[in-house]
Design a protein. Structure first.
Length: 364
């Protein structure tokens, strides 16, 4: 049995390496600086250097903390966000891009809020594209401004990932509270039509998060995705972006079908399926820039409790290998269980147990 587990672990590591290599080769924006930075990042991760040899390969940038929806697994929707409603200013975004844009491959516009509520988002995308960055946005697509959506399609954006967690009004609106099923379907159709009209190369992708109330719609979402003309469909099990004290309120969203869940849903506790890894590789691969320019190591730090600096006071390059970042990497390797950010959520952070390729299924 132990031998079989070791063989499965070796196979998982090999598959992970293969997936990462394929991802690297397929990137559309290689430059000498980026290639060298990627190679250095591999060395930093392999030897767990506290002072990274590289700069991040990707950055998550938070355009806003505002959102129109009240999703019951989301800190914003539950009113648990302790930060004020903010919108990133253009000067903040420029500071980051001007500092490390030549080294990173990708910008992901995401965070606590709905990115498309920031009216400067199109301007930010266009500025990032001047550095030939790959840029994607995660959105609930509940906007009513069609000219703005048209600008999004034609901004140079590489990809938009749209959260569509139901194929019918009743199921979709059970979780996406304040959202309208008819509106998101209408907006997806509009994006697809505008893409065809303009010849844009944007990838219009859908994401279906599996929860108890929608687990019976897996086949339906595949059909709906194709009928809408989406480029890709991503299936992702739900994870509980909440602290342990809320477990009784949110267990209802975990699929009853255990094959569709990442959790061992036991009577007294919730824990992850999957083996514990030595450390979170995101500390050598990526970083998060919050609305006000604060630098955090992780997208789960929705309240900005673990901040290593602010780009309006210190250059990002200095923050990346500053004392706080180095100490955090060291603690991650010594004992990640003692880091509250990594353990305060139900089951702890999924990045310590899974690679993205192990819990997100892509259907073309």
């Amino acid at each position: 049995m132990d031998k079989m587990k070791r063989l499965l672990a070796v196979w998982s590591d090999f598959k992970s390496f293969k997936d990462r290599l394929t991802d690297f080769i397929d990137r559309p924006n290689h430059t000498p600086k980026r290639i060298i930075n990627e190679i250095l990042s591999i060395s930093s991760r392999k030897f767990y250097f506290q002072k990274a040899l590289n700069y991040p390969v990707t950055l998550m940038v938070e355009p806003t903390t505002a959102c129109q929806l009240k999703c019951p697994l989301c800190p914003v929707g539950l009113g648990k966000l302790e930060r004020d409603t903010q919108f990133m200013e253009m000067k903040t975004f420029k500071k980051v891009i001007d500092d490390v844009g030549d080294y990173i491959y990708k910008i992901n516009f995401n965070g606590a809020g709905e990115p498309l509520l920031n009216k400067k988002i199109v301007q930010m995308i266009r500025y990032g594209k001047q550095k030939k960055l790959y840029i994607d946005v995660y959105s609930n697509l509940q906007l009513t401004n069609k000219p703005f959506l048209k600008d999004i399609v034609n901004s140079g954006l590489d990809r938009i990932l749209i959260s569509l967690d139901g194929t019918s009004k009743d199921v979709y609106e059970t979780y996406r509270i304040n959202g309208q099923f008819e509106r998101i379907i209408e907006n997806i159709k509009f994006l697809v039509q505008e893409k065809k009209r303009s010849g844009s190369k944007i990838s219009i992708d859908l994401q279906f998060v599996i929860m108890n109330q929608n687990q019976h719609q897996l086949k339906d979402i595949e059909k709906l995705s194709k009928s809408l003309g989406a480029d890709n469909l991503f299936i992702k099990p739900a994870f509980l972006f909440l602290e342990k004290s809320t477990s009784d309120k949110v267990k209802q969203f975990i699929p009853e079908n255990k094959a569709l869940s990442m959790y061992k849903n036991e009577s007294s506790s919730i824990t992850w399926e999957g083996r514990k890894k030595r450390g979170c590789m995101e500390l050598w691969l990526s970083s998060v820039i919050l609305c006000d320019g604060s630098v955090s190591p992780c997208c789960f730090d929705y309240n900005g409790n673990v901040i290593f600096g602010n780009i309006h006071e210190t250059r990002f390059k200095q923050i990346w290998n500053g004392k706080k970042y180095r100490s955090f990497r060291k603690q991650m390797l010594l004992d990640s269980d003692k880091i509250k950010l990594c353990t305060s959520m139900e089951g702890g952070c999924p990045s310590l147990h899974f690679l993205a390729t192990e819990w997100i299924t892509r259907l073309n």
